[in-house]
Ligand binder design. Structure first.
Ligand SMILES: NC(=O)c1ccc[n+]([C@@H]2O[C@H](COP(=O)([O-])OP(=O)(O)OC[C@H]3O[C@@H](n4cnc5c(N)ncnc54)[C@H](O)[C@@H]3O)[C@@H](O)[C@H]2O)c1
Length: 260
């Protein structure tokens, strides 16, 4: 444990916290003694998370929808009595394919969930964070937020946008003592990356096993990233141990050289 890392009783809102990386972040912040609220569009997954962690506050919300986000923050304010940490985790993979094959609907949906949601949530969170002495925003980007990613143009564009949004917001909110950082995971092990690899294997007409190995080898450490490692970075970045870290790309990707 780092010095100054106590997170006891911090009020934390995690978007899309019911599965994947969001659920792992939820577990880590809950076990650090935070008061955690999560939202998700998947009600069954919210119920499962609540069974695992009975202290959780859960709410169904679609973070790409303005009215739903307003309701989410009204509930957070009432239930948590304010906010110290917002973790903008929600994100979708978006379509896979050459740009000329993509529909505008898929493009719009990817940007809506991956970047517009972060704007909508930050806009509601900032007035609450200004009343906190530990205000922090963490935005989930990706290794595809600082590398090109052929076949995944909407995803990559949205994740680069997250970095620009983060750096701009960090400058805007620095005078209020609010820190804003982006987390850039590499390929995280779990069902989502397996589905992405399967879609890509089909697209490229190559065996899935060989493509999994190539994904591992795109990082110099030669392995996929456990979701727990991303959650640990989030906990550090939200804590006072990182009190002078803001406006940064916090990369957790085994030093990924290129995305395939
Ligand atoms: N998995 C990876 O390899 C990887 C790598 C880099 C970055 N990321 C980023 O990390 C974040 C989490 O990814 P993940 O792999 O855990 O995703 P996931 O697909 O495993 O889980 C996503 C969760 O988001 C919820 N969700 C989807 N749309 C939503 C919406 N509009 N409103 C509220 N909830 C919604 C889903 O119901 C689900 O519970 C994303 O921003 C993703 O882009 C993931």
């Amino acid at each position: 444990m780092f010095a100054d890392m106590s997170m006891k009783d911090r009020r934390v809102l995690i978007t899309a916290g019911a599965s994947g990386i969001g659920l792992e972040i939820t577990r880590v912040f809950s076990s650090a003694g935070c008061r955690v609220m999560i939202c998700d569009i998947d009600e069954a997954a919210l119920a499962t998370a609540k069974r695992e962690l009975p202290g959780l506050v859960t709410l169904k919300a679609n973070v790409a929808d303005e009215a739903s986000v307003k309701n989410l923050f009204a509930q957070a304010k009432e239930t948590l009595g304010g906010l110290d940490v917002l973790i903008n985790n929600a994100g979708i993979a978006g379509p896979t394919g050459p740009v000329e094959s993509l529909s505008k609907t898929d493009w719009d949906q990817t940007l809506a969930v991956n970047i517009t949601s972060q704007f909508l949530c930050a806009r509601e969170a900032v007035p609450l964070l200004k009343s906190s002495v530990h205000g922090v925003i963490l935005n989930l980007s990706s290794a595809a937020g600082h590398l090109g990613f052929a076949g995944r143009t909407p995803y990559s564009a949205s994740k680069w946008a997250v970095v620009g949004f983060t750096k701009s917001l960090a400058i805007e909110l620095g005078p209020f003592g609010i820190r804003v950082n982006a987390i850039l995971p590499g390929a995280v092990d779990g069902p989502r990356i397996r589905a992405v690899i399967a879609a890509k294997a089909k697209n490229l007409n190559v065996p899935e096993d060989a493509l999994t190995k190539r994904h591992e080898e795109q990082a110099v450490l030669g392995r996929l990233i456990p979701a727990r490692d991303v959650a640990n970075m989030a906990l550090f970045a939200a804590s006072d141990a990182a009190r002078n870290v803001t406006g940064q790309e916090l990369v957790v990707d085994g030093h990924t050289q290129a995305l395939i």
